[in-house]
Design a protein around this ligand. Structure first.
Ligand code: AMP
Ligand code: MG
Length: 338
């Protein structure tokens, strides 16, 4: 299959929408990461997403909508917490888990009785949904590796496997949406993102963070979000997270400087390192870290790193999302330095 490379021109967006309505797969930009989209109500098209990505069949997808009215057909009910959160954070990088409506194919919900829904803010994503239909879309990478935040990265993974890629430039946020379960008594964060725990707590009373956000899921353990049990976001390089001061970080990396070792550090903390390095934002700038993380992880492989000693972000604000992705990229290999 020849993959079309489309622009943000209206005629291209119309073409993308037509392909989607015909059951084809199209990668689209969103404010979080690029998504690999299919008509959410076409089970065959959705099944093809899993094939193109090599995604485990038990990992459900997020349905993307452009208007609140589209929610009614997708979910069984809208709890009051969800109403409040949608008013505060939609359109934007917040996904909510609802009891699903009968119209949701099993391929989307991976056999669960719930469905994840989000309303993206990216104008290209919104326009394509308006011109087509609600879209099921996971990140547009091959399963397991870092999510794409540039159209060229999508093409690397998906050329020949999907009908088209729409180029919308670099994604603003850089990590996937915050996922919250709103079906229970308390709003529960299943995956952290740019809508932070602190922001959620300003809108709803009871917010809790699932254990799996910062802890490894043990074999056989039941998880609220199937995606949390898989190794994720990982480059070929072995990622090791180093927790400690900039001085302790530099000392540790230099003591372990052998062939193939690279440092993935914060901007401005590279000067005394004796190994090749990449940076991913300043230590205090979590938004910059989120925006640059996945591209930095992909660059490690291009530079043939075998080990990447990675400076660990503090887990507050959007930093929790960065920390969560890095923990998985590192397979939970963390060293406490101080
Ligand atoms: P991705 O599409 O790659 O951003 O991943 C979507 C994330 O949302 C995965 O971690 C899924 O496990 C999670 N997810 C999607 N639908 C549900 C659902 N119905 N219940 C719980 N988690 C979900
Ligand atoms: Mg993904």
């Amino acid at each position: 299959m020849q993959t079309l490379h489309l622009t943000d021109r209206e005629t291209d967006l119309q073409l993308a929408a037509d392909l989607l309505k015909r059951g084809e797969l199209v990668a689209i930009p969103t404010e979080t990461v690029y998504g690999l989209a299919a008509d959410a109500q076409n089970g065959v098209a959705v099944a093809n997403i899993f094939k193109a990505k090599g995604r485990p069949a038990d990992n459900p997808l997020i349905v993307h909508i452009a208007h609140s009215e589209q929610l009614q057909d997708l979910v069984a009910d809208v709890p009051s917490a969800a109403m409040d959160l949608s008013r505060a954070f939609w359109p934007g990088p917040l996904t909510m888990i609802f009891k699903k409506a009968p119209s949701i194919p099993n391929e989307v919900s991976a056999g669960l009785d719930t469905v994840a829904v989000r309303m993206p803010s990216h104008p290209i994503a919104r326009r394509i949904i308006e011109l087509s239909c609600p879209l099921a879309a996971p990140s547009a990478n091959r399963s397991g590796i870092p999510s794409p935040t540039e159209a060229a990265r999508v093409a690397e993974d998906m050329d020949g496997r999907i009908a088209a890629v729409v180029d919308g430039g670099s994604c603003e946020v850089g990590v996937e949406s915050t996922v919250v379960d709103v079906t229970g008594e308390r709003v529960r964060v299943l995956r952290p993102g740019a809508v932070t725990v602190e922001m959620l707590a300003q809108v709803v009373d009871k917010v809790e963070v699932d254990d799996a956000v910062t802890h490894e899921v043990q074999a056989g353990q039941t998880v609220s979000s199937p995606g949390m049990k898989y190794k994720h976001y990982a480059p070929n390089a072995r990622v090791v997270l180093l927790k400690g001061t900039p001085t302790a970080y530099t000392a540790y990396v230099n003591e372990h400087a052998t062939d193939g070792v690279m440092a993935l550090c914060f901007d401005g903390e590279e000067s005394n390192l004796n190994v090749p390095f990449l940076t991913y934002g300043k230590r205090a700038d979590h938004a910059a870290q989120a925006k640059q993380l996945f591209e930095a992880l992909r660059l490690l492989d291009e530079r043939h790193a075998s080990v990447a000693y990675t400076a660990c972000p503090s887990p507050d604000g959007i930093g929790l999302a960065v920390y969560n992705r890095l923990l998985r990229a590192a397979g939970f290999e963390v060293i406490e330095l101080d």
